[in-house]
Design a protein around this ligand. Structure first.
Ligand code: UDP
Ligand code: MG
Length: 322
């Protein structure tokens, strides 16, 4: 299905009242200069300033501007996800509201998706206007994510990204997973991921919404995303081997402790109480942990089975069906 809208620009925002008029004017100017049909989706993530009033005024002045207002602050991921699902453009571009990303990049990003046949393009803030406390950890974080995911990007968390429409319709961005959208995209089969060096500007109004905890949260999210992606469909493949290993270890030690005792009794050698031996307790713990892991595996498997049957697999194309 082709849409009549070329580009949807999705902008998550939290308390960015000062930036919005300038941002939307700039985006509209670029769209008109290049003759794109477009929509701008401003997702107000529970702002406590006047952002929503500003959006209502802007949307009256320019019919391309649409707004969504959250009941409360649900986070950047939720805002992006909602904007993505509502978007109608063939190419969807996400952009921060704080004027740190430049709308002048839009035409080239559009071209990379349409002519370059890429699934998504991620911006790379090669020259950053951020404090060093942010740039250094960010380098480390990007390096690790790239190594683990096998995606060769320098800047996973750049707010400026472009997607083929079906990509944003198929991926679910929740929690704080906006940092891993390229990874999520790849896992859904969208692995034609490009990168474009983009201009990064100083924040003009307001202040950053993320503190240093972003790195701790980011790292924990990376762990869960790795775990879930590998074992979500088959949790028993994770818990099973560990449980088996632990149970067998305990079992062997228990046999040894009992065998040793019987042997000593048989040949009238000096004996200790079984409960006097450290090995006995080791066996006990290993057996119990083994059983626990197995039971956890079964429970997880039952939950996964339920979600697996509800899950639809992403079909790239089909022929001969209505
Ligand atoms: N943002 C949001 N919800 C939040 C936090 C941030 O929608 O809970 C938006 C914010 O308004 C901005 C974008 O996400 O448009 C990036 O945030 P910010 O500029 O504070 O991040 P930084 O540039 O410091 O990484
Ligand atoms: Mg910013």
């Amino acid at each position: 299905m082709t849409h009549t809208t070329d580009i949807s620009v999705v902008v998550p925002l939290y308390n960015e009242e000062e930036s919005l008029p300038e941002l939307t004017t700039w985006i509209s100017r670029v769209m008109q200069q290049h003759g794109f049909t477009y929509e701008i989706i401003l997702v107000d993530d529970g702002s406590t300033d006047r952002s929503w009033e500003v959006i209502q005024v802007l949307s009256k002045e320019n019919s391309h501007i649409k707004g969504i207002s959250f009941n409360r602050n649900f986070g950047k991921s939720a805002a992006l996800n909602t904007g993505f699902k509502k978007s109608q453009g063939n190419v969807v571009i996400s952009m921060d509201a704080d004027l740190q990303d430049s709308p002048d990049e839009i035409p080239e990003l559009f071209k990379m998706i349409t002519e370059g046949r890429l699934d998504m393009v991620s911006g790379w803030k090669k020259k950053r206007h951020d404090p060093i406390s942010k740039t250094i950890p960010s380098k480390f974080f990007n390096f690790i994510t790239s190594k683990i995911s096998g995606i060769k990007l320098h800047d996973f968390n750049c707010g400026l990204k472009a997607y083929r429409s079906r990509v944003v319709k198929h991926i679910h961005v929740y929690g704080e997973m906006h940092r891993y959208i390229p990874v999520i995209a790849k896992w859904n089969g969208y692995d034609k991921i490009g990168e474009k060096v983009v201009e990064h500007r100083e924040r003009k109004y307001g202040s950053t919404k993320f503190g240093l905890e972003r790195f701790i949260n980011g790292f924990l999210d990376l762990l869960s995303i790795m775990f879930v992606s590998r074992f979500k469909k088959k949790p028993m493949h994770f818990f099973g081997p560990l449980g088996t290993l632990s149970f067998l270890t305990g079992f062997v030690i228990a046999i040894w402790v009992i065998g040793d005792k019987l042997y000593r009794l048989r040949f009238d050698l000096p004996v200790r109480d079984v409960v006097d031996q450290p090995l006995f307790f080791l066996a006990l713990v290993a057996l119990i942990i083994g059983v626990q892991l197995f039971l956890t595996g079964f429970l997880a498997e039952m939950m996964a089975m339920k979600s697996n049957t509800e899950n639809e697999y992403l079909v790239a194309d089909q022929i001969g069906f209505e």
